[in-house]
Design a binder for this molecule. Structure first.
Ligand SMILES: Cc1ncc(C[n+]2csc(CCOP(=O)(O)OP(=O)(O)O)c2C)c(N)n1
Ligand code: SF4
Length: 273
C-alpha cells in the first residue's frame, strides 16, 4: 500500500461508504498526497467537515477531526483556529454544504481571510440525500427537485469567494488529480483563507439523471471541458464557450484574521484602546 494511504487514513474505518465511481475517494487521495508533500504534523492538524457524502472524509482521515452539522463546518473551523492559531485547519464541504445552507459562513470566512484551507467537492448536486439541486447545479440540468431542468443560474463559486475576500482561489478536477494535489499544497501554504473547488462526479444522484451513464463518461467530460487558466489566456471567447477554468485562479495579500485578533489582544492588554 502507498505510504500516504497508510499514514493518513484510519485503516480501521475502511472500506468507505461511497458508491463505485464516486469522485470523493480521488479527492481524498489528492489530499493525502498533499499532506505527505507538506510533511504535515498530524497532531497539529484539524480536519473539519459538514454533512454530505463528501463530508464523510473526516471519518477516514487520520488527523484531529470534527464531523459537524450541515453547512456549519466553517463555523466550527473558525472556532478551532481562533482558539489555537498554531493549528493547521482544513475543511471538507460539498457544493450544497458550502454554497447553500453554509453559504453565509463561506462568504464571511472569505471576508475575514482566516487561515483555513477549504476543499469544496463540487459534484453539482446534493448526493447524500438523493439528488436535490444545489446552487452549483448548472442551469438546465436535472435534479429530483428540478425534474424538467434547473431554472436558476448557478454560482461560479471561485468568483464568489474571490469577491468576498479569499486570498487563494483555485479549481481542479478529479481527472487532473496530480494538479489537485499541487493546488491543495499551494492553498495550505497561503496564510489566509484558501478555497480549492474540486470538480467531481456523482454518477448516482447526478450523472444518470443527466445523460452521463457512468463515472468514466463524467471524468471524460471533466477532461474535455476543463481548460488550464494559462492556456485560456491564448484562447478566444468562442473557444472558451462551455469550458471552465482550472488551476490557480487568484491570489492576493490581505490581513489574516487570527493575526489581527492577536494584535488587538496585545494592544488591549497593554492598556490601549
Ligand atoms: C440542517 C440540515 N438540513 C438538511 C440536512 C439533510 N442533508 C444531509 S446531506 C445534504 C446535502 C448534501 O449535499 P452536498 O453538500 O452537495 O454534499 P454531497 O452529499 O453531494 O457530497 C442534506 C440536504 C441535514 N443533515 N441537516
Ligand atoms: S451518492 Fe454520489 S456523491 Fe454520494 S457516494 Fe454515491 S456517487 Fe458519491
Amino acid at each position: 500500500m502507498n505510504s500516504a494511504y497508510e499514514k493518513y487514513f484510519r485503516q480501521d474505518r475502511l472500506p468507505h461508504i461511497w458508491c463505485p465511481g464516486c469522485g470523493n475517494g480521488i479527492v481524498l487521495s489528492a489530499f493525502a498526497r498533499a499532506m505527505e508533500e507538506l510533511n504535515i504534523d498530524q497532531d497539529k492538524t484539524v480536519v473539519v467537515s459538514g454533512i454530505g457524502c463528501s463530508s464523510r472524509a473526516t471519518t477516514y482521515v487520520d488527523f484531529n477531526t470534527l464531523h459537524t452539522t450541515h453547512g456549519r463546518a466553517l463555523a466550527f473551523a473558525t472556532g478551532v483556529k481562533l482558539a489555537n492559531p498554531e493549528l493547521n485547519v482544513f475543511v471538507f464541504m460539498g457544493d450544497g454544504d458550502s454554497s447553500a445552507i453554509g453559504g453565509n459562513h463561506l462568504i464571511h470566512a472569505s471576508r475575514r481571510n482566516i487561515d483555513i484551507t477549504a476543499i469544496i467537492i463540487d459534484n453539482n448536486i446534493y448526493g447524500m440525500t438523493g439528488g436535490q439541486y444545489s446552487p452549483l447545479t448548472p442551469t438546465g440540468k436535472k435534479a429530483t427537485t428540478a425534474p424538467y431542468g434547473m431554472v436558476e443560474r448557478n454560482f461560479d463559486l471561485c468568483e464568489l469567494v474571490k469577491g468576498a475576500g479569499a486570498t487563494f482561489v483555485a479549481r481542479g478536477t478529479v481527472y487532473h488529480a496530480k494538479q489537485l494535489t499541487d493546488l491543495i499544497v499551494a492553498g495550505a501554504k497561503n496564510k489566509g483563507f484558501s478555497v480549492i473547488e474540486a470538480v467531481s462526479q456523482c454518477p448516482i444522484s447526478y450523472g444518470r439523471r443527466n445523460k452521463m451513464k457512468n463515472a468514466l463518461e463524467m471524468i471524460n467530460w471533466q477532461k474535455e471541458h476543463a481548460v488550464n487558466v494559462k492556456a485560456a489566456q491564448k484562447m478566444n471567447p468562442e473557444q472558451l464557450k462551455d469550458k471552465f477554468l482550472i488551476g490557480e485562479l487568484y491570489r492576493a495579500e490581505a490581513p489574516e484574521y487570527t493575526a489581527e485578533y492577536d494584535k488587538l489582544i496585545e494592544r488591549v492588554q497593554k492598556g490601549g484602546k
